[in-house]
Design a protein. Structure first.
Length: 396
């Protein structure tokens, strides 16, 4: 009887010990430890497949986790998701021909198309580790057709490639092996299933000349916006380009003008002078912005004027010379105006038409100098300009 009681007691102790051990293991187990936290994204210059001519954007994502994600006893697999927001407003849950799941280390020296997505992991001695996830994102030229369709294999909407201006969002999922834990513990820790999602990282596809570049991700990674332009003083009708320089961008970079009557700016950063004055162009990304001051001025009026030599007869009662006879006027911008500056009272000029009238009374055989101020009034693009010329009157 005593032996039976002792045996029962030992069994109870063993059971309690196992329950306590499971409880300790469960309490030490945290789903957050399996989050593949994205810390940095490095984007290289686009690659071209020599055989097909297809272009790819090489994207390397740096991650870390408190648990060792390469331990097959704890992790079933690490899954990568790339969704896209196209610049025309369409959305896609994945990118065609981009593998969505891969287990194993980075595979060197493999064909570009077959190595669309891979990852490597370096464990820490103290637990956890860091890894690299590498993507080759298909790129399309501006004139190529961009389609978004539902995949029969995955059921997800997918785009056949990305263009400059499209936005990519990266997120990773770790699927945890929970076979060693009681069912009630699993349900408590993973009410929606044994999956742990990383933070999201978003960036926009840019012109090839902007790469390579690195984007820091996380709370400490703040968006910083600066910009440069070919010139900040423009003539009316002249254009220049504002080039944004955004550190840790989120979504689209936008351009706005403080006074579109003076200077306009389009979605690509092209600034055009409209009329003389001052305007500020604001470059914005993720709520952060910088402003550039633009001064718009009129061009100098290119008008040239020369006076001619006119001949009149002394006995003529009155002689009238039209503008073309009296002056040589070229490249005038704006309306013309004429004003007598100096000369005989017998000689006059029409203020609007420039006609010169010579009345009877001038001495025969003498040459009279008649000075006229010719003004080109200019317009919205050109300044006004005046020039005084001498018209000679020879009396026969």
């Amino acid at each position: 009887m005593k032996k039976r009681v002792i045996s029962v007691g030992l069994i109870l102790c063993l059971c309690l010990s196992m329950i306590s051990l499971c409880a300790i293991q469960a309490s030490a187990f945290s789903p957050d430890n399996f989050k593949a936290q994205i810390k940095k994204i490095t984007i290289g210059k686009p690659l071209t497949n020599a055989d097909t001519g297809k272009k790819y954007l090489p994207v390397t994502v740096e991650i870390f986790a408190a648990e060792n994600l390469s331990d097959s006893d704890a992790v079933h697999f690490l899954e990568g998701y790339l969704s896209a927001l196209l610049k025309d407003g369409r959305t896609s849950e994945s990118i065609r021909s981009l593998g969505m799941t891969l287990m194993g280390p980075v595979k060197p020296d493999v064909e570009l198309d077959s190595n669309m997505w891979n990852w490597s992991w370096t464990p820490y001695d103290t637990g956890g580790g860091q890894g690299l996830i590498k993507y080759n994102v298909p790129l399309l030229e501006n004139d190529e057709t961009q389609t978004v369709e539902q995949s029969q294999a995955t059921g997800l909407t997918e785009v056949n490639g990305l263009k400059v201006g499209d936005q990519i969002t990266i997120q990773n999922e770790t699927v945890v092996n929970t076979n060693s834990f009681p069912e009630n513990v699993v349900k408590e820790l993973f009410p929606d299933g044994p999956s742990v999602f990383s933070n999201k990282a978003t960036f926009t596809v840019e012109e090839e000349s902007n790469y390579p570049k690195t984007i820091e991700v996380g709370e400490e990674a703040q968006t910083e916006v600066s910009a440069k332009a070919g010139k900040t003083k423009l003539f009316v009708g002249e254009s220049t380009k504002v080039t944004p320089e955004v550190k840790n961008p989120v979504g689209e970079t936008t351009f706005t003008s403080s006074n579109s009557k003076v200077a306009t700016v389009d979605k690509n950063g092209k600034v055009k002078g409209v009329k003389s004055g001052t305007a500020y162009v604001r470059v914005t990304n993720n709520g952060k912005y910088t402003e550039m001051k633009f001064t718009v001025v009129k061009r100098s009026n290119p008008v040239t004027v020369k006076g001619k030599t006119l001949k009149v007869k002394a006995e003529s009662k009155k002689t009238v010379f039209k503008k073309a006879k009296a002056y040589s006027i070229k490249n005038a911008k704006g309306k013309l105006a004429f004003k007598k500056v100096k000369g005989s009272k017998k000689i006059t000029v029409n203020k609007k038409t420039g006609k010169i009238t010579v009345k009877k009374g001038l001495k025969k055989g003498k040459t009279y100098k008649f000075k006229v101020k010719v003004s080109a009034k200019g317009n919205t693009a050109y300044k006004s300009k005046s020039k005084t010329v001498t018209v000679k009157i020879k009396v026969k």
